[in-house]
Design a protein around this ligand. Structure first.
Ligand SMILES: CC(C)=CCC[C@@H](C)[C@H]1CC[C@H]2C3=C(CC[C@]12C)[C@@]1(C)CC[C@H](O)C[C@@H]1CC3
Ligand SMILES: C[S@@+](CC[C@H](N)C(=O)[O-])C[C@H]1O[C@@H](n2cnc3c(N)ncnc32)[C@H](O)[C@@H]1O
Length: 380
């Protein structure tokens, strides 16, 4: 690892301790938010929001791409508690079947990826951008595989480790700090690799896919739910660009790429694509983005009402109002309100992108690293 990368890593670890403290286990969601170090919280919000000045010109985009690691690290430092409060411990979308609860749908989406990747008991698997380990825990239980979660956010890693112990999964799971653009694993380490709604934080998809290709064993499979703009998206259409920018700002993404860029990047680094499907391109009765709308008609079970309240427009307004008041009286750290406003932009952009079919959070690619790699590079 370069001296510069090591220095950034140490700085981020020290900052995470200062911001979140040592005890990451006993508090989650809004309770955790209220116990942050105030100055550090404000600094984290400033660090994240400094790149989001409304500009979408090439220079502004380049600054966001260059600072992807710090920008994403700061983003997850400030949103993780909100995510856990509103969504749970799997930070991704899923399709919904009629009558299916929110948690069942999330778990099924994870099982499906594990199934498409062919993950089986005893496999050594890498989860790229693992969040607080919700999917890794579910996939470890479902398949019996051993999973290493890679993440550049210290707070999330500490939480993922805490939950693995709490749920007696520490033998099957490990979580390590690292940048997916520069992995420290030995080449050809993993039988399978998967990534769920994480690699969109990369400044260049060839970078992260190339690293995944390197650490996969020959013949190994990589399965990903990628966030991309669809073929309907036109970068020169101001309405479309506005939606993409809301998604970038509210979700800490330096630049949203079109599906074709992801497809080409997989091939360029040497993968053979086995499956290529936008899972939102279906006639599902219940849209994937429904929890972020205010449409009560889509709520599938009584148990989902609490989640739906928090994620819906009214629930988000309620959270923003509460957080604003708490910040005013000094209970919540400064900057907390700005985070809820950024998340609001995310919700608005995601629903608009979903309704217009300009965006998908579940572009499923299943790709294989050929046994003989010289063959694949010449084919692609
Ligand atoms: C950022 C990426 C690549 C993926 C995350 C996908 C989703 C899990 C999040 C996208 C927008 C988030 C929002 C919330 C939870 C997690 C997301 C759906 C909230 C509902 C959390 C509670 C807040 O009060 C409002 C948030 C709106 C956005
Ligand atoms: C939306 S979350 C998804 C988390 C997890 N896959 C899940 O579904 O719960 C994106 C994750 O990617 C991680 N991430 C973003 N950029 C990264 C990078 N450069 N290196 C490693 N992890 C990164 C974030 O810290 C976060 O955990």
């Amino acid at each position: 690892m370069s001296e510069e990368a090591q220095e950034l890593r140490n700085r981020q670890a020290t900052f995470a301790k200062e911001l979140h403290g040592d005890d990451v286990g006993s508090k989650t969601g809004l309770k955790a938010l209220l116990s942050k170090n105030r100055d550090a919280q404000q600094e984290a919000v400033t660090k994240y929001l400094r790149h989001w000045d409304g500009k979408t010109d090439k220079e502004a985009e380049q600054r966001r791409l260059d600072d992807y690691n710090e920008a994403t690290h700061s983003y997850y430092n400030v949103v993780t508690d909100f995510y856990e409060y509103g969504w749970g411990s799997s930070f991704h979308f899923s399709r919904f079947y009629k009558g299916e609860s929110f948690t069942a749908s999330v778990a099924r989406h994870e099982h499906y990826l594990a199934y498409k990747a062919g993950i089986k008991a005893g496999d050594l698997v890498l989860d790229v951008g693992c969040g607080v380990g919700g999917p890794a825990r579910e996939i470890a239980r479902f398949t019996g595989a051993n999973i290493i979660g890679l993440n550049n956010n210290d707070y999330q890693i500490a939480k993922a480790k805490h939950y693995a112990k709490k749920y007696n999964l520490a033998d099957q799971l490990d979580f390590v700090k690292g940048d997916f653009m520069n992995m420290q694993f030995e080449p050809a380490t993993f039988d399978k690799v998967y990534a769920i709604e994480a690699t969109c934080h990369a400044p260049k998809l060839e970078g992260v896919y190339g690293e995944i290709y390197k650490v996969l064993k020959p013949g190994g499979t990589f399965a990903v739910y990628e966030w991309v703009m669809t073929d309907k998206y036109d970068e020169n259409n101001p309405e479309h660009r506005k939606i993409a920018y809301e998604i970038e700002l509210g979700d800490g993404i330096p630049k949203m790429f079109p599906a074709q860029v992801a497809r080409d990047a997989l091939k360029t680094v040497g993968f053979e694509i086995l499956h290529d499907q936008d899972l939102t391109d279906s006639d599902d009765e219940v849209p994937w983005y429904y929890p972020l709308t205010g449409e009560w008609k889509y709520v599938q079970t009584l148990g989902d009402l609490a989640t739906f309240f928090r994620t819906s427009f009214i629930g988000r307004k309620f959270t923003t109002t509460m957080v604003t008041l708490m910040e005013k009286v000094g209970v919540a750290p400064k900057g907390s309100r700005d985070v809820t406003l950024a998340l609001e932009e995310a919700a608005v952009g995601l629903v608009a992108g979903g309704r217009e079919k300009l965006f998908t959070p579940m572009m499923l690619f299943v790709a294989r690293k050929p046994e003989d790699q010289s063959e694949s590079k010449s084919k692609n």
